[in-house]
Design a protein around this ligand. Structure first.
Ligand code: A2H
Length: 251
């Protein structure tokens, strides 16, 4: 990454039903908070990725709700005035990624009413919140990781994921010249990417679509349908913040 802080949009994904260890957080509202660089793609969310071996904590947000993220992200949030405690982290619960698998979530703007938390082995502890919202229509990483879970029953079983939790198709949300309205699947198929382990090809896929989608992409859905991504990205981020579905976060 370059110099200076990176600004992310934190997307609040509400846990619809608390279970297991999360029961102790009732009756509060509990959100997984996902860090994204592409708030304009939230219409296409199909699931949320968690690192199964990472450690997460629940902390109290300023308004009394609980947020779940890595300890590292919580510390940054405390310094940025996002939590109820200033400059200090007071975890109300500690969890492993494994404890968060198969949860039902409400994801703002998503075409799906309910989406599920699923495992992704490449989620990094040192980036964002350790929670990644998944948009397989526009992110080659997300498309490859979701496909692995669709294609590999042993992988699902290892993490307690049922077939219906991965039975979500990419949603066409952005038209990109030369790639069409599902640019990540198109580029993954063109490059012969078979799984999330095809690291080099995935890097190439990301280089191919990322800038092109930003500079030439046209939104196909929602309030800004028909507009260029680069012209409405900021407005869309503001809309999500105003509706209390998102926050700004830096690191
Ligand atoms: B992006 P940068 Cl549609 N580990 O959001 C791995 N990946 C992470 C992460 C973590 N701890 N935290 C965030 N990310 C992902 C949407 C998206 C993203 C699309 C297309 C490209 C894209 C939906 N997933 O990112 O290293 C998140 O995925 C391509 C760069 O800080 C976040 O934005 O540049 C992006 O990586 C942040 O990566």
């Amino acid at each position: 990454e370059g110099v200076g802080p990176q600004e992310y949009t934190l997307i609040k994904m509400k846990v619809q039903e608390l279970n297991g260890k999360l029961n102790s957080l009732a009756p509060k509202n509990v959100y997984l908070v996902a860090a994204t660089l592409r708030p304009e793609t939230m219409y296409g969310q199909t699931n949320c990725f968690i690192g199964p071996d990472l450690t997460y904590i629940a902390v109290e947000a300023k308004d009394g709700d609980y947020f779940i993220c890595t300890r590292r992200a919580a510390r940054n949030m405390a310094y940025q005035g996002i939590l109820s405690t200033e400059n200090e982290v007071r975890p109300v619960l500690e969890l492993k990624g494994m404890d968060l698998m198969g949860l039902k979530l409400s994801a703002p703007l998503s075409g799906y009413q309910t989406i599920y938390t699923l495992p992704m082995l490449t989620v990094k502890e040192e980036k964002g919140t350790g929670i990644v919202t998944s948009v397989p229509s526009d992110s080659p990483d997300d498309f490859a990781a979701l496909n692995d879970l669709k294609n590999k029953a042993p992988l699902r079983e290892k993490y307690g994921i049922s077939p219906e939790m991965v039975n979500f198709e990419p949603i066409p949300i952005i038209e990109v010249p030369e790639y069409g309205n599902l640019c990540a699947p198109a580029v993954c198929i063109a490059l012969g990417i078979r799984s999330q382990n095809d690291k080099e090809k995935l890097t190439l896929a990301k280089e191919k679509v990322y800038l092109k989608s930003f500079y030439e992409g046209i939104l196909l859905v929602g309030h800004f349908s028909g507009k260029r991504v680069q012209d409405v990205k900021k407005s869309l981020q503001n809309m999500l913040i105003k509706s209390n579905d998102a926050l700004l976060y830096q690191e």
